[in-house]
Design a protein around this ligand. Sequence first.
Ligand SMILES: Cc1cc2nc3c(=O)[nH]c(=O)nc-3n(C[C@H](O)[C@H](O)[C@H](O)COP(=O)(O)OP(=O)(O)OC[C@H]3O[C@@H](n4cnc5c(N)ncnc54)[C@H](O)[C@@H]3O)c2cc1C
Length: 440
Amino acid sequence: METKQKIIIVGGGFAGLQFARHLDPKYFEAILIDQVNHHQFQPLFYQVASARIEPSSISFPFRKIFQHKDHVQIRLAKVQEVDAEKKIVKTTIGDFNYDILVLATGCVTNYFGLKLPESGVYSLKTTYEAIQIRNNIIRNFENIVAKGADAPEELFNIVIVGAGPTGVEMAGAFAEMKKNILPKDYPRINYSKVRIILVEGSKTTLTAMSTTAQKASLKFLRQLGVEVRLGIFVKEFENNIVTLSDGEQLKTKNLIWTGGIKGNLIGGLEKGTIERNNRIVVDRFNKIEGYDDIYAIGDIALMKTLKYPNGHPQVANVAINQGKMLAKNLKRVQTGKTQEEYEYEDRGSMATVGKFKAVVDLPYLKFKGLVAWFAWMFLHLMLILSVRNRLIIFINWVWSFFTNDTSLRLILSEEKKNDSSVPGKIESTINKPKLHLIHS
Ligand SMILES: Cc1cc2nc3c(=O)[nH]c(=O)nc-3n(C[C@H](O)[C@H](O)[C@H](O)COP(=O)(O)OP(=O)(O)OC[C@H]3O[C@@H](n4cnc5c(N)ncnc54)[C@H](O)[C@@H]3O)c2cc1C
């Protein structure tokens, strides 16, 4: 019997997970290494941050997913470096050797070189960060009540940077929370003081979508009372004051950064090309230039094709299908068959702003409003991994549809004693700018 090829997969996001699931156990055995012990469904992070769904509904433990799949082992560790000569990856729990290495490490938040303080800035790249946002917002409202008439302005303002789908969805969710939920929990607060401000450097919201979607999303946001600043950048954030490029200053303890991403690189890759925003250039089979046995898939990979000369969009569909395709191609190599080139088939995009307020761009049809909102919910439900979690989310959504309420407003962290200015904030060990594992 032939010996099986040993594959190390770094990252169990959309790309790494699908790759591992589609590996043929006859030819391969794999170790999936991830710094968290669960797959995270990023599109619904904003619903965790706005206390609509529980984190467990969109988190799937790897060991559960791969129960009864002996050819895929799981290790909880952070991969630090690759030694391509020795065919080893170095991790926080030791070294692992490989025949084939697949990098699926996704992206981290891109602050575009802006120096930001440790506290008071939140990004949304992990479930943990979504919970931090939820903790912080709810604790701020507790503080507003506690301080009464003396509550400072920075507690009232929620500033979101970046009006891509995540920023728009988050702004809409907080606006609905302000309108429907918080007044029931905190009836004594003066809600005219609570502001949700969305700051975007481009001239439109949802720049990657159609003009119809851009106009509709802006209208929906304004209907919900979100203050949208377009064509404006954040210049500075210091002492709880955001300074914008037009000179405006906003006091806030809730600065949420959804303004950009960059590839989450692993150290030690000497060959290959790293291009704009830290993406690794790969060929049509996801192999990294200059290596025979190292591949990159998903957000971290930059595959240039005739149709997409600047690379594919960094979306779940690309990651999922590159993962599947690579698993099939590696088997094709083993069985002497010709590999298939990957190409992205754009089936459309969508974003939701609030109840009955969503936008959908399909290749030949654009629509908005109620039908778009149902389409958005249906599609996202279908993408959730397990039937049980799908049901839980569905019940939560139906409940909040009829009651305009949720019951998930838990603060799940201790108040940090040495930093009363940022109630409940605990520092993330993942994806913080100063801790990035970037070796570009
Ligand atoms: C808030 C948000 C909303 C989004 N909404 C949508 C949407 O509506 N539709 C859509 O199509 N796309 C959406 N996206 C984009 C989509 O989630 C990504 O394109 C997709 O997750 C990319 O998959 P990936 O496998 O490449 O990376 P990821 O899914 O990011 O997975 C990377 C994995 O690698 C692990 N990892 C990273 N570094 C290391 C290391 N050094 N050691 C060990 N493990 C490591 C991480 O823990 C993670 O599990 C959204 C993204 C975000 C952040």
